[in-house]
Design a protein around this ligand. Sequence first.
Ligand code: SFD
Ligand code: AMP
Length: 659
Amino acid sequence: MAGELGHPEIVEEALDILIIGGGMGACGAAYEIGPWLEAAKARGVDLKVKLVDKAAMDRSGAVAQGLSAINTYLGENDPADYARMVSNDLMGITRDDLTYDLGRHVDDSVHLFEEWGLPIWKQPGDEGKPLIKGGKPVRSGKWQIMINGESYKWIVAEAAKKGLGTERIREHVFIVKLVNDKHDKNRIAGAVGFSVREHKVYVYTCKACLLVAGGCVNIFRPRSVGEGIGRAWYPVWNAGSTYAMAAEAGAELTMMENRFVPVRFKDGYGPVGAWFLLFKAKATNAYGEVYMETNRKLLDDFPPYGQAKVPAACLRNHLMMQEIREGRGPIYMDTVTALGRLSETMTPREIKHLEAEAWEDFLDMCVAQAGVWAGENIEPQKKNSELMPTEPYLLGSHSGCCGIWVSGPEDLGAPTDEEHPDHDKIPDHLPSGWSWGYRGMTTVTGLFTAADGVGASGHKFSSGSHAEGRIAAKAMVKFCMDHKDHRPELDTPVAQLVEEIYKPVRNYLAHKDDTTAIDVNPHYITPKMLQLRLQKIMDEYVAGVSTMYQTNAKMMQVAETKLEMLKEDAEKMRAKDLHELLRAWENHHRILAAEAHMKHIQFREETRYPGYYYRMDFNFIDEENWKCFVNSIYDKETGIWTCFKRAHVDLVDKSKLFK
Ligand code: SFD
Ligand code: AMP
């Protein structure tokens, strides 16, 4: 019967624009798109839009718990300097066109957040004065500003809902796959998904689609075990949907070898930025030695990036990991010295306030860490806390740059100024293959992305993700106007799509009575077991925590075979209810994202990111052969990944970065 497990109701909807996700990128798009839709309407084109989120927008995505800082606010800084910083932190291989473009737009989103009610810390004397009116923010670092951000996502989602209208939003629907066009396999025609609350399958057709479903978490075995297993740094519900669905649709991915291994407060995954930047704390080995000083000479092994005035995050990790490898752990954040020094000139009342800020940093964005402090009797002014490099994460908006290759802005090119060392070598337009008309469009016609989806950039964080969603929304409306007579047609019959989605349910219903123990069955595997298997493979062979982030070609050969077998077994995943159906499809997405990661690491024969991963058979940076993008295309029919190089060009002079 329709509406029961195994008999979903089918809901079909014809749209012009589909937004997949409800996070920072999607909220940016939802807010921005309104006026452009009005402009289109004024020209006689009434565009139908829908936003679909697997969760509830008020608390979905990476900002769910809130944040205590906005890490990208330029203010007085120059966007070219921002592009330089991003390039430096990501070891020289980023797209200056994308980062510069983001840098010149991001502040507008921050000004909106403040207008919508987000409290942004101000310098003494400027309290209550908005940024836009010249209020000076409390900067933790050159690019970061402090906020009272527990309700950050609520505030941003409210504006998005108001902008788009709740009738154009559907929550609790997980998108499983994109569908290409019947008449053009390199064009998007729609997407399919299912409700995680009701037995309903949704089939959308669209001319343009914004795929902003975040990054990828839980492909590696996490450090948390047993009762803490759900604990991770990036949100566990970001399951690689962006990368997997784009790859299956035929989009070119870029820099999927990149990962982020954040250093975090141990066990709770609490943020370190405020401690390093605002409180000026230092990290030490077990003997109180500051490894950033004692191990500084190790930076010389990785020219030219080791000579940067600010060493990249992966290189900072590298110096820390040396201590762990050589047996001088645990690593500590020296909170005692930092707070002690700050409080030297303070009144007791001011000291109490400072201590409260230390707690608030966690309470605003990582409550679990405050729980660890409380549970372990840690008062940061009296006792230092352990730090630990975590398991790897795939993302394109935080301190990582994996993602999808997109079209850059049309109005930017290489600098023509005579002082640029390469001014006579670079054409005054973007390098070939960097821009094809619609900012944020992937190599699949009509498929756009933003935020964690856009590769080869990074350091956008929450504010930049929002801004990039806004940029994409505008480009999508333009695309729809330019293609207003196009009629998308799905390349697969709806009944077949529904059967594909419900396969895990069919596996369960067909075989559930073969055993008495529901989780043990010769014909199916539970999503949980399959996920554990994926994590074990990635952890042990593709540079997870158990090998201290080391791998080589031979290990990846093993991983390749094991992943192939895992993919075969994934077809046998069971779903005994909608929750497991969600988990099953998240796993499919995770496996593809993991496979892309592995294939790219395999292809890049160097160690571009020491401290994130080490190719022990090529344990050096090879500027001559590998200062280039590694891109890939996946063929969903054959299951074959093709990796290739794309030339890298610096559009902004990077010499200022080095000593
Ligand atoms: O401390 C589907 N981030 C920080 N940014 C800052 O500005 N300051 C900070 O302080 C930050 N830090 C931080 C951050 C994130 C996290 C988790 C922690 C700490 C603990 C980074 C930003 O949050 C991040 O850059 C942006 O949120 C990225 O935006 P976006 O849009 O790419 O992803 P999202 O917000 O996670 O949203 C994803 C959405 O997709 C939905 N979704 N919907 C339908 N179908 C599917 N298949 C789907 N799969 C996913 C999700 O529900 C969600 O709505 S700190 O470390 O530096
Ligand atoms: P995190 O809490 O590690 O996510 O960092 C928040 C922000 O601070 C990001 O913009 C980081 O790049 C930056 N950051 C963190 N630690 C350092 C550090 N030791 N030196 C410079 N920047 C840092």
